[in-house]
Design a protein around this ligand. Structure first.
Ligand code: ZN
Ligand code: ZN
Length: 89
């Protein structure tokens, strides 16, 4: 698999994204190696320009997601897995 993301490990990480079309910025606690998320405005796949490990896997999810549900329809990892990549579903 080609390396599309800075992070190349197997864990879920924190990722920051910026759409190349509309410059929309977002961050997600559901970022994975070589997986992008779609810009909800442009409907194009965007790969994270910055990734870092989740500090405390599990316990920080609520903070990272800040009340917004994970958008499986925009997430490449969810499509690869065929389910929500946060697990527990
Ligand atoms: Zn966009
Ligand atoms: Zn996902």
């Amino acid at each position: 698999m080609s390396q599309r993301t800075p992070y190349q490990g197997k864990s879920r990480v924190w990722g920051e994204f910026r759409c190349t079309e509309c410059s929309h910025y977002w961050a997600s606690g559901n970022s994975w190696a070589n997986c992008g998320q779609k810009c909800k405005t442009c409907d194009i796949m965007v790969y994270p320009f910055h990734q870092r490990p989740l500090d405390k896997p599990g316990s920080d999810d609520e903070n990272y997601d800040s009340g917004a549900p994970h958008r499986s329809d925009l997430c490449e990892k969810c499509k690869q897995l065929g389910r929500n990549c946060r697990g527990g579903w």
